[in-house]
Design a protein around this ligand. Sequence first.
Ligand code: GRG
Length: 298
Amino acid sequence: MQSEPTSTTRTLGDLLSPLAAQAEAALAQYLPEEASPEALTAGMQYCVEGGKRLRPALVYLAYNACGGGDDELAARCAAAIEMVHVYSLVHDDLPAMDDDALRRGRPTAHVKFGEAMAILIGDALLTRAMAAIAERGTASAALCVAELATGAGCSGMVAGQVADMELCEVADGLEGLESIHRRKTAALLVAALRMGALAAGASEAQLAALTTYGEKLGLAFQVFDDLLDVTASAAELGKTPGKDAAGGKQTMASLLGLDGAREFGERLTADAVAALAPLGGASEPLTLLAEYLTTRRN
Ligand code: GRG
């Protein structure tokens, strides 16, 4: 007889799949807008399919860790953060940016629908995300919109992308790379956690703990992403591997070496977990998530 998986043998999928099911339901409910042209809605839906649903999971886990409260707001935030994430992937894959043909194991949006439609699908996902939260109509919802816009915008993810594309000045070496990762990757994870916490009416201390966790987790996530770019296959990743090295881009792997980058990622993960202390036992799934992310293959 096969034994039940223990907490140490469970995979990232085991932890994320119930939360992913919640995210699917939230996306099905909050992505479509009645007056949107059918072709646009279909394009948006194509692009959100697949993916690990990591950011919605962070919304739900932070929400639960802070004791819950407004389930509908949490669901709206979970759908919204995935829409913003997917918009960023669609735009990042465009010829003017990373020019990639493969995403989530399928043709990218511009390959499938043409460049103009891909830009518009991204625009629609970003704006629909903000409306999906704001429509809740509460003060907490307004705070969540601000969190998401800040994490995604000109001091967060977009700023990180501008720096990554060398469209502004960036410091050399590790300092510069970390400043890119903090904005391009970590800012959206922080927004996911803070929105989940706000939907639960979290205290300032809980928000601060989750913010530090998200910052460290985001940096660690990107370190492991850099490693996967070197060590994983296209079949595992569902996107083109080896692009960083081919483009002569600085990454954690090129700066620190594979072993050094792994050690750095593990240290950041330990720092993320340590930041959860004020939340007590309720944050254990966030600890498990951080630890599982060190072993992910996609
Ligand atoms: C175009 C404004 C704009 C931003 C682009 C998301 C992004 C910023 C670039 C994509 C490339 C990249 C390495 C981003 C860092 C964040 C990251 C690792 C995204 C991939 O996230 P996963 O692994 O993807 O959670 P899935 O498909 O599982 O959701």
